[in-house]
Design a protein around this ligand. Structure first.
Ligand SMILES: CC(C)(COP(=O)(O)OP(=O)(O)OC[C@H]1O[C@@H](n2cnc3c(N)ncnc32)[C@H](O)[C@@H]1OP(=O)(O)O)[C@@H](O)C(=O)NCCC(=O)NCCS
Length: 222
């Protein structure tokens, strides 16, 4: 199999982790460079990979696959906004699954999704487009992970949990079975979620509840 050229969007920590996953799959991917809209990063090396310029450069490399490697709990819709702004055809988006993941037969991984090392999915389900699952995320039977959702390391979903689009689940959070996390809701690291979380809210703690100081600006919860 000839490896497909690949551009990473973003040149931060998640892009470095994505690059390590891509380099573990040399028969599938040939990383060309990273693209980032922060001019201060242009010309730098990301673990040896050149930062070629801004994200609009994707249009100058039509043969390259593309992977969005940005995630920020304070901007849960940030990755969706980037993907929509670029308007690339579906076939341009790469799905990268680190070889150290364990996916049950029948799991479907959406376009543009990134699953880092140690992700375990125990029963067939669809993982949405542009989902990011960081190391050791655990998904179990009947979970539904919506497009653009982010799961930080060791986030654990019991059975039948539904994550809305662009939901963000922080490190080590535990989600009770059959709970539902609303669109662009944010779950803080270490939270124990026992009830449904409304869209756009930030919840944390054990048992999890709304943060009293949830002051995300309107453009961040749009
Ligand atoms: C929930 C979260 C998004 C809140 O961030 P924030 O809006 O910047 O909130 P602040 O740090 O200003 O904290 C606001 C309040 O919430 C509390 N708080 C923040 N995160 C909390 C958490 N995970 N659990 C319990 N309380 C938390 C703070 O103690 C603070 O309380 P106070 O007002 O009584 O002092 C953030 O703390 C978090 O958990 N992010 C996820 C981190 C992560 O998983 N990263 C992985 C990718 S590398």
């Amino acid at each position: 199999m000839t490896p497909r050229p690949l551009l990473l969007l973003g040149a931060g920590g998640l892009a470095r982790e994505a690059l390590a996953a891509v380099r573990a799959l040399p028969e599938q991917w040939q990383p060309l460079g990273a693209l980032d809209d922060d001019p201060a990063r242009h010309g730098a090396l990301l673990d040896g990979l050149p930062v070629l310029g801004g994200t609009q450069l994707v249009h100058e490399h039509p043969d390259a696959a593309v992977l969005a490697c940005v995630a920020n709990a304070r901007r849960p819709r940030g990755r969706a906004e980037l993907v929509r702004r670029l308007g690339l055809p579906h076939a341009r988006w790469a799905s990268v699954v680190h070889p150290a993941c364990s996916l049950a037969p029948g799991v479907e991984v959406g376009a543009g999704a990134l699953l880092l090392a140690g992700v375990v999915v125990t029963a067939p389900q669809r993982i949405g487009a542009h989902v990011v699952a960081m190391p050791h995320v655990l998904l179990t039977h009947d979970d539904e992970v919506g497009d653009f959702a982010t799961l930080a390391g060791r986030a654990t979903l019991a059975g039948g949990v539904r994550l809305g689009q662009s939901a963000y689940v922080g490190q080590g959070a535990l989600l009770r079975e059959y709970t539902s996390i609303g669109e662009a809701a944010v779950i803080g690291m270490g939270a124990v979620v026992l009830t449904d979380v409304p869209p756009g809210q930030t919840w944390a703690g054990n048992p999890a509840g709304p943060l009293p100081t949830d002051e995300r600006r309107p453009d961040e919860v749009r």
